[in-house]
Design a binder for this molecule. Structure first.
Ligand code: COI
Length: 355
């Protein structure tokens, strides 16, 4: 159990009002959580303090070799005024798997959850309540040793910041357009593709800019070896409904194991919809689009929730899905996932945790 010191802000900021539009990740709350690590001393000095800049040496290792991990989860307010987290245990487990992969010391799961609860509790008044909004929670760890050699750092900072958010994509629940990348790759098996670390996201930027310039929201990555099998979208995992069966790429070491991905698979199974996690070639998807069996495409992610995809481009090949609207399964998944998150739908799977 952590002993968390609390320093309340003396200059509270204006909380966005019900009518203020919320986008993604631009507004930050009044407080943040910080805890330090030092080899020999372990994780220590846990505190919730006013949101503020952090001071680091220019030589801090995170700036040079990218030893950092991050997570993303959300808090919601129910109609009864309770604050709920959605499957925080899954994010915490994944955070520690990322830590192991990039040589960051792990954090005991109960301490991690206590830290999240403490900072969310401090800024509970910031949780927006309008449909489609939530309080995004961003835990991250950075390597802070002032050293230019390549090795794991001996010191770290674990920080949690909070941001009231609306939809990740400006399209909201309208289908997004996805560009299938055929030049660059995001990750390969044996690399860090399944870890939640900044390096995977910086690797995606050049393609994302190319896709944006061409009028697309995101990039869909193919495998790094054969450039043939579908991996993920970067900010979300991807699902297809083909001839009544829901298919999604199986986790293979280079794909992020998404919490929403896992939730969607569980819900489809509960509803009796056949689900397959397997290798999916891009040719199979274009073939299904061509012969009329591709019924729906959607992405899943904490930030993106369930995001319908209406258009895919692969080189010269273009396909339109669902006439540009949201499909019935995507809609039901969105309603159910957000319903459980906000306490409107009964949480029969025990996914929510009260703060
Ligand atoms: C999330 O969905 O929480 C993520 O971390 C994706 C991020 C690129 C916004």
């Amino acid at each position: 159990m952590l002993d968390i010191r609390f320093e309340k802000t003396t200059a509270p900021k204006q909380i966005p009002g019900k009518e203020d539009p919320l986008t993604f990740g631009t507004i930050f709350t009044d407080h943040m959580f910080i805890m330090n690590y030092e080899t020999g001393k372990g994780w220590h000095d846990a505190r919730v303090v006013p949101y503020q800049p952090i001071v680091l040496q220019p030589s801090a290792m995170v700036f040079h070799y990218g030893q950092e991990m991050f997570e993303g989860l959300k808090a919601y307010k129910t109609a009864e005024g309770k604050t709920l987290l959605f499957r925080p245990d899954k994010n915490i487990e994944r955070a520690n798997r990322t830590n192991e992969r990039i040589c960051i010391p792990t954090i005991p799961e109960e301490d991690f959850l206590q830290a999240i609860k403490a900072v969310v509790k401090a800024d509970e008044a910031w949780i927006p309540e309008k449909e489609g909004t939530s309080l995004y929670i961003r835990p991250f760890i950075i390597a802070t040793d002032p050293f230019l050699g390549v090795r794991p750092s001996d010191t770290y900072m674990f920080i949690i910041i909070l941001s009231p958010v609306g939809a990740y994509y400006p399209e909201g629940l309208n289908p997004v357009k996805i560009w299938i990348e055929d030049e660059y790759v995001r990750a390969v098996k044996g690399g860090i593709g399944e870890a939640k670390t900044g390096g995977n996201y910086v690797a995606s930027l050049k393609s994302q800019v190319k896709a944006h310039d061409a009028g697309y929201s995101q990039v869909l990555w193919l495998d790094g070896v054969e450039r043939k099998y579908i991996e993920e979208v970067g900010a979300m995992n991807i699902f297809f409904k083909i001839n009544g069966t829901v298919v999604t790429p199986m986790l293979n070491g280079s794909i992020l194991p998404g919490v929403t991905r896992d939730s969607v698979i569980a819900l489809c199974k509960e509803w009796g919809i056949p689900v397959e996690e397997k290798r999916i070639s891009i040719d199979d998807i274009f073939e299904a689009a061509h012969n009329g069996t591709l019924e729906e495409v959607w992405g899943t992610g904490t930030a993106a929730v369930i995001s319908p995809v209406g258009h895919l481009r692969w080189g010269e090949h273009v396909m339109q899905v669902q006439d540009g609207g949201i499909g019935p399964v995507s809609q039901k998944l969105y309603d159910t996932v957000t319903g459980i998150q906000t306490g409107k739908v009964e949480d029969t799977l025990g996914w929510t945790v009260e703060v």
